[in-house]
Ligand binder design. Structure first.
Ligand SMILES: [Zn+2]
Length: 503
């Protein structure tokens, strides 16, 4: 290279070189060094010249940094309650677990416009240590929200909306959902959707409570796979009517995945996400004694043990192509014991004699932002269920394409942000909450043995976590403004008269 100032940072071609690793991209696995300049990947090749900083990846696998496109962090309720997980703690946990970007949720409080819901939320998010973007939740799709606020938001780089078909007070009627889909189509946004049938769940809850069922397992009995399958089918049909691309969030079972597969076979722009809890946990976790089952209460509910293999098969055939955490932290000692608890229980919030809430009032959600990738790596790659390129697609590349970050995140190509994770594929660990960095007092994976662990996480060219120590300070993450992108575009297949009558 004609340089004689080796070791002198001012003369190095690269700020950082990650040397000697096995690189895994969404397409292939190969040996190479990665040269980083100004926070981006500048070169990939063998025997790159020395960088101002060198990180050895000998014996390690190098993947793009994880993108977690579905996490609930520091959410604010109209009554002033705030999720325990802060952007500082949640993003520290993310980094320690190999995740360098996240997409979380801007709320809309019913009866309020977007701007007046959760004031200050974006300032809170600016405390993130990793790069972050938003999905905008729509709970009250008034004309002003859809025709004035949504286009302004899209112009600022928030290019995805989130719709709930269940939970009070978040859920949309079919008519409201159609209006959200049509607005997204007009303004160029992706729509993500939580698919469960609210009324069917309510009917089941009443019947179970009348029969004296109050334990956490009642949560799964009240929300069997068919309530998810029905709402998934309905969401897809309504999206087809509008010709609007959607991603179905947190698919838990074969019945719902089959609806997505059928839609995709017909050429519809429908994608499906699942989460580690649906690949590894089951009813057994909900049946744990002493209210411990509450730790596994999330929606859709965990399924019977045999369902997990069917969800893995839907990863194998490409129907489910993103694995997010749906991180949603409610501590076991406090929030999980508070009826409602800001976590959208359904029905009357009653207490059992020991003071714990009935199953229907336990706040919904499990924490998993730090364990998402180690669990997926261990159960997927180490156990031979998926190969490394599939791991990269599930953990970052597909979500990047789906949410308008393709080429920038989830990639090891020159020009991409230098978000890198060094994995020791032979490291054997036992997951202990005491070792995790989130603010929550438990993990549903406590005691699980895993093989493969992220040893170093690099975010935009800086070593942000190493050997479990988080180095990036709060506020060092950047907002990810997203521009127009291919996968959010409709197919252009609409019924006669659609465009004249689609409002
Ligand atoms: Zn969620």
């Amino acid at each position: 290279m004609g340089r004689n100032g080796e070791g002198d940072a001012g003369l190095s071609e690269f700020d950082l070189v990650v040397r000697g690793g096995t690189l895994a991209t969404a397409a292939e696995v190969f040996e190479a060094d990665i040269g980083v300049r100004d926070g981006r990947i500048a070169a990939v090749g063998l025997n790159l010249p020395r960088g101002a900083e060198e990180v050895s990846a000998k014996g390690l696998i190098v993947t793009p940094g994880g993108l977690d496109p579905h996490c609930h962090i520091e959410e604010l309720s109209p009554d002033g309650a705030v999720h325990e997980e802060s952007f500082s703690s949640g993003s520290a946990a993310a980094l320690a677990g190999g995740t360098t970007s996240l997409i979380c949720f801007l709320p809309q409080w019913k009866g309020h416009g977007l701007a007046e819901s959760a004031p200050g939320y974006e300032a809170r998010a600016a405390q993130s240590r990793i790069d972050y973007g938003f999905h905008q939740i729509i709970t009250d799709p008034t004309p002003d929200v859809l025709e004035r606020e949504v286009p302004a938001l899209v112009a600022r780089g928030v290019r995805s909306l989130k719709a709930f078909l269940t939970y009070d007070p978040l859920r949309l009627s079919d008519g409201e959902f159609l209006r959200v889909l049509a607005a997204a189509r007009r303004h160029g946004a992706m729509v993500t959707v939580h698919c469960e049938n609210f009324d069917a769940i309510g009917w089941r809850i009443e019947a179970l409570l009348a029969a004296g069922v109050t334990d956490p397992i009642g949560h799964a009995w009240a929300r069997p796979p068919l309530v998810e399958r029905e709402a998934t089918h309905r969401a897809i049909a309504l999206a087809e009517l509008v010709d609007q691309p959607i991603q179905v969030f947190h698919v838990s079972c074969e019945e719902a995945a089959a609806e997505i597969a059928r839609a995709r076979a017909r050429g519809l722009r429908v994608w499906g996400e699942t989460c580690p809890q649906y690949l590894t946990l089951s009813h057994d976790d909900l049946r744990r004694p002493d209210f411990e089952g509450a730790k596994a209460v999330c929606s859709p509910a965990l399924r019977e043990a045999g369902e997990r293999d069917r969800v893995w098969r839907r990863i194998g055939d490409g129907t489910l192509d993103v694995v997010s955490s749906d991180h949603c932290g409610f501590s076991f000692a406090t929030a999980k014991r508070s009826p409602g608890g800001g976590g959208y229980g359904q029905g009357a919030a009653e207490l059992r004699p020991d003071g714990t809430p009935f199953f229907n009032a336990i706040p919904n959600g499990v924490p998993g932002i730090e364990t998402r990738l180690p669990v997926l790596f261990s159960e997927g790659v180490s156990k031979g269920r998926i190969n490394l390129p599939t791991f990269v697609r599930l953990s970052s590349a597909n979500a990047a394409a789906l949410f308008g970050l393709g080429g920038r995140k989830g990639s090891l190509a020159p020009g991409a942000d230098a978000d890198l994770v060094l994995w020791d594929p032979d490291a054997e660990r036992v997951i202990r909450n005491a070792d995790l960095h989130h603010a929550i007092d438990y993990t549903p994976w406590e005691g699980m043995a895993v093989k493969g662990w992220p040893t170093t996480t690099i975010r935009r060219g800086e070593v942000a976590a190493r050997a479990g120590e988080v180095l990036a300070p709060p506020g060092s993450g950047r907002f990810l403004a997203r521009g127009p992108y291919a996968l959010a575009r409709p197919r252009g297949v609409v019924p006669d008269g659609f465009d004249a009558a689609s409002r």
